[in-house]
Design a protein. Sequence first.
Length: 335
Amino acid sequence: MIELEGVPELIDPVMICAFEGWNDAGDAASSAVAHLDREWKGEVFGALDAEDYYDFQVNRPTIWLDGGVRKVTWPTTRLSVVRTGGGEGKPTRDLVLVRGIEPSMRWRSFCNEILGFAHELGVELVVVLGSLLGDTPHTRPVPVSGVTSDPDLARTMDLEESRYEGPTGIVGILQEACTHAGVPAVSLWAAVPHYVSQPPNPKATLALLNRLEDLIDLRIPLGELAEDARAWQLGVDQLAAEDSEVAEYVQSLEEARDTADLPEASGEAIAREFERYLRRRDGQPGGLAAEPGLTDGSFLRDTSSGRTRPQRPPAKEGDGGQPSEEDPEGPEGQG
């Protein structure tokens, strides 16, 4: 059941979706949508009926106290809208945020509800975020793949056309449902180092947001996410330094990654990264710009107790059931 009462007419809306669970290694995707909701003060206006889609023995409800009154929060998928204002030099564009837990059952009905909502609000593009476990070193930029099932969309938006075959999650199912319904849909997948897969992973979250920013041509306020990502990387550096086997393994991943990335170090790629750096340096209030080479988000947020992260270096210095890159659900979700 979707509640649409009180939702204003939206301007060029794009739907951004993320689901906790199998498609969300390191909580990178769900954290990205949560960041958008927080930074732009999204207003929740609807939720899907939890009874229809969730096994409460798998995703249990929680009880909490509100001024001495006991209340229950049920696992579900919530819908919110944010008015972005477009940003400096950008046209206004609204976002519809869909954030929840991968449903336990009735996936086709679940997707049909989401699509009904998209049609009702005139959504022009659906972007589904995901993250997967991969053989990628934490010291290098986070690989983010953009995938679509629509050949025309792949060509016009410089995306990969999906060729994946195999098990999929709700990200893949929702993308295919959009395609069959004639709604343009894209999946963005971030690769999370499998040897440090526990959430949160702010570096992967930042990489997804940077890629999303380019995709929908909308400047996203990053807040302190870049600092969190840098602190995360420093923390993993320290852990790796304490274990010689891990350090050697990370070094081997770095060598393999650097060799594979050599053809990608084109003038166009370098120019694209530098342009993003300049946009953030010139336009971000407070002046905190991502550093060149770290624009994907090189950085630990303790979501239960706030921010407890290592001190930043001086300015002169520079999940069990998740899909993997070898047998990915991604980078298509892979759906």
